[in-house]
Design a binder for this molecule. Structure first.
Ligand code: L34
Length: 315
């Protein structure tokens, strides 16, 4: 009798893990409120009407409601000037009833993303995009960590994928996703910030395809955040590797007029060799939303403490 070699990667169910995190948070927030604190408050600003951004913000508002965070979305037209947006942010920074502030990205082209991210008070910056939080993360200091990289961190940690001394490839070097993800993975776990002690290689658009393949073949964990369907193929993946797919692209579906979401990984083929793999949708996306809730609760707690110690609600 001949044995058929069949193998299928374990699915990392981001939605289920996100639900678990939200349930844990719901309990903690309910205890926090029972102790006499007001519920945490999250305000999102959405400029323009990009359908994907609308979906993501809607998912954030639904999650907030589910865990006991009060939330509000300020919707602004895409003609909003940078000064008007800065004025809105400044008002929220000074509003003691608001804990977390986020400006959903991308913002329209006439608005400078970095100026906007830096305008959010570091203490209320639940996205961790302010230069103070980015800098603190880079220095292994306690900081607010961006939700998507934090989601990837939690997926790896809760799935018990070993990282210490392992080879990780991060594909994509964006400041909001690729860079902070690489930061969490390569840094020393003994510091006050989170660290996973892996050997990290960062690949990007200027990495020659043959080199990308070589780096990936050597990786115990591949994390991709590019937005290019089919980028990670089966021949690039070591048997048993863990694949985390952050890419989200909308492509035409099977039925005419319908679309579907796909990641950067050739899922059906790669799952035959990988050890673990995240799906798209239902992988990193729901984790981003859950970790934003976690950041909002963390910020609310620290702002509440600041109020008690200095008598003021500001930073
Ligand atoms: N300021 N801008 C700011 N903060 C963020 O953390 C984000 N990000 C990214 C885009 N811009 C941002 C998000 O919120 C990506 N992102 C995000 C959030 C939620 C989901 C995906 C990306 C999500 O819920 N994904 C679902 C599918 C949603 C759908 O049907 O389109 C999933 O299962 O992957």
């Amino acid at each position: 009798m001949r044995f058929k070699i069949s193998h299928e990667a374990k699915l990392i169910d981001g939605k289920a893990i996100a639900d678990k995190i939200k349930n844990e948070l719901k309990e903690k927030i309910s205890d926090y409120v029972a102790q006499g604190n007001r519920p945490p408050q999250l305000t999102a600003i959405l400029v323009g009407n990009d359908p994907a951004s609308q979906t993501y913000v809607k998912n954030k508002m639904l999650a907030a409601k589910a865990v006991g965070i009060k939330s509000n979305t300020i919707e602004l037209p895409d003609t909003t000037s940078q000064d008007e947006l800065l004025e809105r942010i400044s008002k929220l920074n000074n509003d003691t009833s608001v804990d977390g502030i986020l400006v959903q990205l991308p913002v329209p082209e006439h608005i400078d993303e970095r100026t906007i991210c830096n305008a959010v008070a570091p203490s209320k910056d639940v996205d961790g995009f302010n230069e103070i939080n980015v800098g603190r993360l880079a220095l292994d200091m306690k900081s607010i960590v961006p939700a998507t990289p934090l989601g990837v961190y939690e997926l790896i940690r809760r799935t018990e994928i070993p990282t210490f001394g392992k080879n990780v490839v991060v594909i994509g070097r964006s400041k909001n996703v690729g860079m902070p993800t690489a930061m969490l993975l390569h840094t020393d776990g003994r510091h006050e910030s989170k660290g996973m002690d892996a050997t990290v290689t960062i690949c990007h658009r200027n990495t020659p395809p043959e080199q990308l393949k070589k780096h990936c073949q050597n990786a115990d964990i591949i994390i991709t955040a590019v937005g290019k369907p089919g980028l990670v193929r089966r021949d690039m993946v070591k048997t048993g590797a863990c694949i985390i797919d952050i890419g989200i692209t909308r492509v035409p579906g099977k039925e005419p007029g319908k679309t579907k979401l796909v990641g950067d990984v050739d899922f059906d083929e790669v799952r035959k060799v990988a050890g673990h793999i995240t799906p798209v949708p239902g992988g990193v996306g729901p984790m981003t939303v859950a970790m934003l809730m976690s950041n909002t609760f963390m910020v609310a707690q620290s702002l509440a403490k600041t109020k008690i110690t200095n008598g003021f609600g500001s930073d």
